[in-house]
Design a protein around this ligand. Sequence first.
Ligand SMILES: [Zn+2]
Length: 293
Amino acid sequence: MVSIVGLALELVFAILSHSMILITDVAHWAVDGALEFTTMVTLYLTSKVLRRFSWGVLYFESALALLISAIVIGTYMIPFTDYINSYTTEPSAGVTTSNPFLALVSSAGGVLTFYAFSYLRRAYAKTRLEILKAEYMHAAIDTVASALVTIGIIATSLTQSRTVELFTIIASLFFTLHSVANIVEDSVRSLLGLNTDVELKYKLVAMLSERFGDSIDVKSVDVRKIGSFYVAKVELYVHPHTTISKLHRMRLEIAKACREVNEMVYHVDVVFYPRTKTRKRPRSAKEKTKGVQ
Ligand SMILES: [Zn+2]
């Protein structure tokens, strides 16, 4: 909601004033808005107890963010290339940001961004959802971006210098590209299945050994991130005489335990292998003490 208010406000004033600094900031708001929208959809899906949405939704999140940011950047390139053209070919043309009161618009945006930052940080402290941490850290960076844009607008309108304006635009563009780079990196890695998460992998290995160590040996754990969700594959050694019904129960327990480690775990593949005679498992603490004695 805060983002939509900020985007609408800046969009109106950017269209009225034709200020290239504000237009660049609007492009940034739009890309971030797309990111927040997909985060919102993801959180809604996560909150459902029965996660019965199709796998396509996982990829949809990445593809949608990528598509919207491509459209925004593509549209932005039209006024941007015009501006650069006139900068190089018409040295006598004036600045596009001549009204210092436009700084009020960008500082209002900054206040909204700061509000979003503190709100998201409190929500993260409560829920510990990684996805919210990424959002509040982004909002902190964007509060700095807003301050920079505000200073740039004041400096440009007071000096009427096109160089100051161009510098402000490039600085603002840098923050926009920071958002886009995040989206592109995350989407490409998700779509190609390259997003492995080592930290979560070791958390799961530790949890499995601790909670199910009596009946299983962990062969391997693989965690991949798709959009904001995780898909885990857990391979385990079990005693060859374990019944199918017991394995079935264990599979459900293990999937549930993995979700307790991280709420964003969407699916867990559990694969059992019969344990052969040579046990690969490290000796337990009890056996070790025996060995010392
Ligand atoms: Zn941003």
